[in-house]
Design a protein around this ligand. Structure first.
Ligand SMILES: [Zn+2]
Length: 508
């Protein structure tokens, strides 16, 4: 930006966090942190654009089968283009002069290498932000801020960039910590380029969380999106890419909360069995059916077989189509790209890849669009032919999460019970006593804390120790609020019953 080119020194501040970065690696007792060399550079845009096209062409060629003619055409195109570069003196005028010609030739030969596949991958930018995991909730507030600033900056450079982000709790942190960032996000939401997605307050665990809490996750989450982004921005898709299994009751809750579709990749991580479908009707206990799609994007060299953290590489784009099991039914698939778990989101390289692969030989077409609209398109094309899965979506992995950190699970259940009693008594008091003011704000805050701690790495027990110190404190706070509400409500009720000798509250 021009304001920095004033000939004066400027300070660049880098923030790093020395947390448990390497704790996932086997045989590593202590965390190893690396600071790789970094530099402030000036980008020569034509060179960078040429490099991006060449990178994608090579990636596609390497991902294609040897029998595919486009593979040889692409390798020849690259060979010819690089021969046109003037590399006698690195980075002199002759080199830069030769870039446009080489790039034009490369583009022309790529186009002549063959048609794209008759399949479309909808690529949506995403930053999976674990509200706590190998870091505490304090840290995710900063991670969200950094990730979202990056998104807005890259949106200025890439007009087609569409970003999808879940978890109202994160938006609420950003609203409190970075109000100007939140205002800028609101503008992008209004433009339709930033899609608030999902229905729950956080991406909550769906096995250990109580039934009423699941309903509250939807109530709090939906209300936040509606209050801050308007009714038009309310998501139709329950977005839970990383939750460790999905209860059979969920389809009914999804529909009753006003959502229509369900998205995950996690069942692809099952240890033994693969689900026979990637797009299907998921039927709940009561018979409610929800159109469900699993993203089939492969994880390059990673842990699971499918990912919500795609790097948008050619092999992942081609792999998304290759892995899809129901090619006879529809040709529109979802790929969520961008660094995730600790956030970060899409990078410039990923966005360049996607731009280059809009229509690339022997490769699925790529576009960026609203995820809700993709589900709508799948429904209109294939709804009548989709198979039905009638049962829970059980994950054959992470099983230890049912038994570890039992103190946290117990505290969650106690908070749920206490809030039930407090709400029941407060409602009764409000009916009996017109002077009694229903403590809506207190109860809402209490439910927000309970819902926050049902996040899919908190209540299952998969977070680091310091997370649970905070969780215990917050559950104690919730139970204290519930008790205060209960006592005040019992007082009001007792006063109306006209029995002045009755004790105000001896219940626990
Ligand atoms: Zn996660």
């Amino acid at each position: 930006p021009s304001q920095w080119r004033d000939g004066r020194p400027h300070q660049l501040a880098l923030h790093g966090w020395t947390g448990l970065g390497g704790a996932m690696l086997p045989n590593q007792d202590t965390t190893q942190l690396y600071l790789h060399p970094c530099a402030v550079v000036q980008i020569d845009q034509p060179t960078r654009d040429f490099y991006a096209t060449a990178r994608v062409a090579l990636g596609v060629a390497e991902s294609l089968d040897d029998k595919e003619p486009a593979r040889a055409h692409l390798l020849n195109a690259l060979d010819d283009a690089f021969n046109m570069l003037d590399t006698r003196e690195p980075f002199d005028e002759g080199f830069y002069d030769s870039i446009p010609r080489a790039h034009a030739a490369l583009r022309a030969k790529i186009e002549a290498a063959g048609p794209p596949l008759d399949a479309t991958i909808v690529a949506t930018g995403h930053a999976h932000l674990d509200v706590a995991w190998l870091w505490t909730v304090d840290q995710i507030r900063r991670k969200a801020g950094r990730s979202f600033y990056t998104v807005l900056r890259l949106m200025e450079e890439f007009p087609d960039y569409h970003f999808t982000q879940s978890q109202p709790q994160l938006y609420d942190f950003v609203r409190q910590d970075y109000p100007e960032l939140f205002a800028a996000i609101t503008e992008r939401v209004a433009e339709g380029r930033w899609e608030p997605i999902g229905g729950m307050w956080v991406e909550a665990d769906c096995n250990l969380t109580g039934a009423e809490s699941l309903a509250r996750q939807f109530l709090l989450g939906r209300t936040f999106f509606r209050e801050h982004f308007g009714r038009d921005a309310e998501s139709r898709v329950l977005w839970l890419p990383d939750v460790f299994g999905y209860a059979w009751a969920l389809p009914q809750l999804i529909k009753q909360a006003g959502l229509e579709y369900f998205f995950t990749i996690k069942i692809g991580w099952s240890q033994y069995n693969r689900m026979p479908y990637d797009t299907f009707w998921w039927q709940g206990l009561d018979g409610t059916r929800v159109l469900t799609h699993f993203s089939t994007t492969p994880e390059d060299g990673g842990f699971g077989t499918s990912t919500y953290n795609s790097d948008a590489t050619p092999s992942q784009v081609i792999g998304t189509w290759t892995n899809f099991q129901q090619k006879e039914l529809h040709h529109n698939l979802l790929m969520a790209f961008g660094y995730g778990d600790g956030g970060g989101g899409p990078t410039r390289e990923m966005l360049e890849n996607i731009r280059a692969m809009t229509a690339f030989p022997a490769t699925p077409r790529l576009c960026q669009m609203d995820v809700g609209d993709l589900f709508r398109a799948i429904e209109s094309k294939a709804a009548r032919h989709l198979p039905t899965w009638n049962g829970e979506l059980y994950l054959e992995l992470h099983r230890g999460t049912y038994t570890t950190q039992s103190r946290t699970k117990r505290a969650n259940r106690k908070s749920e019970f206490r809030l039930h009693d407090a709400e029941f008594l407060a409602s009764l008091a409000a009916v009996l006593d017109s002077d009694y003011e229903y403590p809506a704000a207190t109860l809402r805050h209490a439910w927000e804390l309970v819902c926050l701690n049902q996040f899919h790495d908190i209540i299952p027990g998969s977070s680091i120790g310091p997370v649970y110190v905070e969780t215990q404190k917050q559950h104690a706070e919730v139970q204290q609020m519930a008790r205060a509400v209960q006592d005040a409500a019992l007082s009001a009720i007792a006063g109306r019953l006209g029995d002045s000798s009755a004790p105000e509250s001896t219940q626990s």
